[in-house]
Design a protein around this ligand. Structure first.
Ligand SMILES: Cc1cc2nc3c(=O)[nH]c(=O)nc-3n(C[C@H](O)[C@H](O)[C@H](O)COP(=O)(O)OP(=O)(O)OC[C@H]3O[C@@H](n4cnc5c(N)ncnc54)[C@H](O)[C@@H]3O)c2cc1C
Length: 401
């Protein structure tokens, strides 16, 4: 392990917070808490490989909303990420395959220059990871957490390698499958969409025009997100068996099917990278907190990618947690006191639940292909496009305001 730490003294643990999981959310949380003055460590099972400009764009990209960009900027990492490789977008065009109804979101309508940026997951993770030490975060890796024990004033975290780390508060940002959530005895609810999202980067005949395109098909949504090099990154949600079939197609057949699915909006698909697929599910933790324990990011909530909001919700958790802990410390309270953690949980869980159920409702509505539902959906889209104030509210919400 690259750094080590003992269990703390009798006066209390040396660490205020131990964050487990160095994905985008955990790394941002550790950095944000350290910058707010908390003694923080980040424990990660696998350290991220350094991002290389010479390598092709990573298959996993995300659309960062203005609220996420504001947090990364505050942490002093956004300028590097933006300059290394990022793709700003100012428009979003969403249209329905069956009815042809469409809706447009434009940054200018919102008095903004941009709706967001498309960036690679591993770029954000790697820039945060490199900046952690100068922010005062103790990075422990490879450090796979195998268990933890609650004591009166601390949590004792056991690593598979045999070491132990003690902190006042344990923050679990260990992803959708969160082993720590299970160890804390927190159940989840939700459902498997029976769908997989196929991702790839494609070259199209026509330019993407700094626009995120999304088409709702009978089988699920297809998004084409603009990349800096002129290609588009696709997120194509399909039922499991269809996804398995599409993954097996040779490149020529895949390009042809994708061209049809995208309605040739950007012209024929001229080239594609390899493809990967991710299973899609809705999952919400029954509780976001337990004794001296907080869930963050995908460990707390996993949503359908149709709204492109997964990591944006996780980064909003980070800001809320930091603000809650700072307020508790400034008021002279124990940062891990039950009422402090409940305050964080109340605020985030209700917001996340509304978002997750909203995206789920959309996923369901777009799954209804029978004519009356399809007609209702078309009417809904047309009405929404005309209702500027409602559209503005949706856009403002997506931006995290
Ligand atoms: C196809 C697809 C497209 C998406 N598009 C978007 C988008 O456009 N916009 C958006 O906002 N979101 C999007 N998302 C969601 C987004 O990718 C996730 O919300 C985000 O990556 C979750 O980050 P995280 O840090 O919470 O978890 P993770 O990235 O899963 O990180 C968890 C970390 O914990 C570590 N870990 C696990 N167990 C242990 C342990 N026992 N000990 C130590 N470490 C451990 C792991 O090694 C890992 O590094 C998309 C998702 C998919 C599948």
């Amino acid at each position: 392990m690259s750094s080590s730490m003992s269990g703390g003294s009798r006066r209390g643990p040396a660490l205020d917070v131990a964050v487990v999981g160095g994905g985008m959310v955990g790394a941002a949380a550790a950095m944000s808490l350290a910058r707010a003055g908390f003694a923080t460590a980040l424990l990660e099972a696998r350290a991220p490989a350094p991002w290389q400009a010479t390598e092709d764009v990573d298959l996993r990209v995300v659309g960062l909303a203005p609220s996420s960009i504001a947090l990364l900027d505050e942490l002093g990492v956004w300028t590097s990420i933006r300059q290394m490789r990022s793709s700003p977008y100012a428009h979003m065009h969403v249209w329905d395959a069956q009815s042809g109804a469409s809706i447009d979101f434009d940054a200018a309508d919102e008095d903004r220059q941009l709706l967001g940026y498309i960036v690679e997951n591993n770029l954000v993770q790697s820039v945060l990871w490199e900046a952690l030490e100068s922010a005062g975060v103790r990075r422990l890796y490879p450090a796979k957490v195998g268990g933890y024990e609650r004591r009166e004033d601390r949590v004792q975290i056991e690593l598979d390698q045999g070491d132990a780390v003690a902190a006042r508060l344990l923050v679990a940002a260990d992803g959708a499958g969160s082993p720590l959530r299970d160890l804390a005895g927190i159940a989840t609810r939700g459902r498997d969409y029976g769908q997989r999202a196929i991702v790839a980067h494609v070259r199209t005949e026509r330019p993407h025009c700094a626009t995120a395109w999304q088409r709702f098909l009978a089988t699920g949504p297809l998004a084409l997100l603009p990349l800096a090099d002129g290609r588009s990154s696709i997120v194509w949600s399909l039922p499991d068996d269809e996804a398995a079939r599409v993954l097996m197609l040779d490149d020529e057949a895949f390009r042809a099917e994708l061209g049809v699915a995208s309605d040739f909006r950007l012209g024929p698909i001229l080239a594609t990278t390899r493809r990967a697929a991710f299973p899609l599910k809705l999952q919400l933790a029954e509780s976001y907190v337990a004794e001296r324990f907080v869930l963050l990011g995908d460990a707390a909530h996993t949503v359908h990618p149709l709204a492109g909001q997964g990591v944006n919700l996780g980064l909003r958790d980070v800001t809320e947690l930091r603000d809650t802990l700072v307020a508790a410390r400034d008021a002279g309270r124990d940062i891990a006191a039950a009422h402090v953690l409940r305050r964080y949980a109340r605020r985030r869980r209700s917001a996340d639940t509304l978002d997750a159920l909203g995206f789920d409702a959309l996923a369901r509505i777009y799954g209804w292909q029978a004519p009356p539902w399809a007609a209702a959906r078309a009417l809904g889209i047309r009405a929404l496009d005309r209702l500027t104030p409602l559209k503005q509210r949706i856009a403002a919400h997506a931006a995290g305001r």
